[in-house]
Design a protein. Structure first.
Length: 474
């Protein structure tokens, strides 16, 4: 077999391949055997029809077509390996010559990973938010904990902001009561904004037994987006009472004996959170600077496929779980379809660039992923997916997503190498020390979308496995 590689652009090549006909022998034998099993000829047992009879009855062309279809993947793979190409996606194959008994010639155009020159990232400098936790931040955190332990007591007075009211609702559109527009015994905290627009003003000032009608745009249901006439009746009013901030509260709400210990723990938790946010911010900003320094050509088809995948995942998985359509989502976000397309394309470009560039650094720095690192990452992925580690691991293996997980960890380590070489200071001018590589992995995932792909494929595999199990039990 002879093959040659022609570079069409930095991300696409054309392979020209010539195969002597004798190398098709195995595929021709397989083609005759396959056709033998599929057809019947009077006077011959099934599977025992001579090749010349098959040629006469069904045409030599049918045999050649079957043989070529069988052989092409093997010859294409050999040509790719011979050319030492890192191909992306499926090739576009064109058979240019097929001479029976003489020659098979074909071309294959395919996207390839571009050759990337890793920029000098040692001079990258970024500024991140300072790690500061104020007394006000601590008081707010303790107050939120206090809110969780609030109690409610019935009162005989008009409802006010912060009260919990029990209400019955009825919604009408064009004078007709909606089938899904009736609800009874709904508990609602005035001022929370969790129900309909206008309901806070409507129920404020009503006592138990009071009733009022107002108009509001429905946020969901069969008449979503329409103006409705809503009648609300208050059946009970309860006041929320917060516990006293003292040592007794600390003992009730935590493992600490004193309020001072509880506040100290709240401060430590806030500091840990801010430190995590600071590290993530540093990773993101270093990555952005790295991408600015590098020239990374993007294969057009790969970009188109990535944009389509991101749109599909958003529309059919994330929005689907929330009961939203893409149009409604865009309306809520205040974006046009054109703005959404541009934003999705920009994210896809960043994701592809991130993956290509960090993979190049992985190769240059000879970064490896050991079993312990992979296991730790898998455990975190399992926790975020709501599956047990064993279930998630099985789903990942069955879905063929182990290489993707390894890639996530490796790219995170590559970004950590870049961050270590960069200068990171906070807004106070103080140097920032970053130690945990896990933020780097999560930053990479956010940029290239690989975690989402792993989760989706794992979920598919788990769903398929469950369906098979149910079918077997049945």
């Amino acid at each position: 077999m002879k093959s040659a590689v022609e570079t069409l652009n930095p991300t696409r090549v054309r392979l020209t391949v010539e195969v002597p006909f004798e190398e098709l022998k195995d595929s021709l034998d397989a083609a005759y055997k396959k056709i033998n099993q599929q057809v019947t000829v009077k006077g011959f047992r099934k599977g025992k029809i001579p090749a010349r009879v098959i040629d006469q009855r069904f045409g030599r062309g049918a045999v050649l077509e079957e043989a070529v279809n069988d052989a092409l993947p093997k010859f294409y793979t050999e040509a790719v390996n011979e050319g030492e190409l890192n191909v992306l996606g499926q090739p576009e194959v064109d058979i240019t010559e097929l001479k029976d008994g003489e020659l098979l010639a074909f071309t294959a155009e395919v996207d390839v990973r571009p050759e990337i020159e890793i920029p000098d990232y040692s001079g990258i400098e970024v500024t991140v938010d300072a790690l500061e936790v104020s007394d006000e931040d601590v008081e707010k955190a303790v107050e939120q904990l206090r809110e969780r332990f609030a109690s409610t007591n019935p009162v005989e007075r008009a409802a006010a902001e912060g009260d919990v009211v029990t209400i019955d609702l009825q919604a009408k559109v064009d004078g007709e009561v909606l089938e899904d527009g009736v609800a009874e015994g709904v508990s609602y905290t005035i001022g929370s904004g969790e129900l309909l627009d206008g309901i806070d003003a409507a129920v404020t000032g009503l006592e138990a037994g009071g009733e009022v009608t107002f108009t509001s745009e429905l946020k969901g249901g069969s008449a979503e987006g329409k103006e409705a006439e809503v009648t609300v009746k208050v059946t009970a009013v309860a006041a929320r009472e917060l516990p006293e901030l003292d040592d007794e509260f600390a003992q009730m709400a935590s493992e600490f004996d004193t309020l001072d210990e509880l506040k100290a723990d709240s401060r430590k938790r806030l500091e840990d959170t801010r430190q995590y946010e600071q590290a993530t911010q540093a990773q993101e900003r270093v990555l952005d600077e790295l991408l600015k320094l590098a020239e990374v050509p993007i294969p057009e088809k790969l970009l188109a496929d990535e944009v389509q995948t991101r749109k599909h995942n958003l529309e059919h998985h994330q929005l689907g779980q929330m009961g939203l359509t893409l149009d409604k989502y865009l309306e809520i976000q205040g974006k046009t379809a054109e703005e959404f397309e541009a934003e999705t394309s920009e994210q896809a470009v960043k994701g592809i660039k991130t993956q290509f560039l960090l993979d190049e650094i992985v190769n240059k720095e000879k970064l490896n992923v050991n079993q312990e690192e992979l296991t730790e990452h898998l455990m975190r992925r399992a926790a975020s997916s709501g599956m047990s580690p064993d279930q998630f691991a099985q789903a990942v293996v069955e879905g063929g997503q182990v290489p993707m997980l390894v890639g996530e960890v490796a790219r995170g380590k590559a970004l950590a190498v870049v961050v270590e070489a960069a200068k990171v200071i906070d807004t106070n001018g103080e140097p920032v020390e970053l130690e945990d590589d896990e933020e780097a992995i999560e930053t990479v995932e956010a940029a290239d979308g690989s975690a989402e792909a792993v989760a989706e494929e794992a979920a598919k595999a788990a769903k398929a496995a469950k369906a098979t199990e149910e079918k077997t039990e049945a």
